[in-house]
Ligand binder design. Structure first.
Ligand SMILES: [Zn+2]
Length: 65
């Protein structure tokens, strides 16, 4: 059986149609990875817009870092 290392945690999981989270080991890892990706891609267009001068503090209230 083919297996694949989860890109998120490195755990080996079966790379089969039954594993619906492949190549991740679980829904949790997939959601974490998608969330990280979405958070990154969300920031880029916000910065590229540049039509408004907004302070970095007020740029993204949803980013709590
Ligand atoms: Zn994982």
């Amino acid at each position: 059986m083919k297996s694949v290392a989860c890109p998120r945690c490195g755990k080996l999981s079966p790379f089969t149609p039954e594993n619906k989270w492949r190549p991740f080991c679980s829904e949790r890892c997939k959601m974490i990875d998608l969330g990280a990706w979405a958070a990154e891609s969300y920031r880029v267009p916000a910065e590229e817009k540049g039509s408004e001068q907004i302070s970095p503090d007020a740029a993204d209230p949803s980013d709590d870092r």
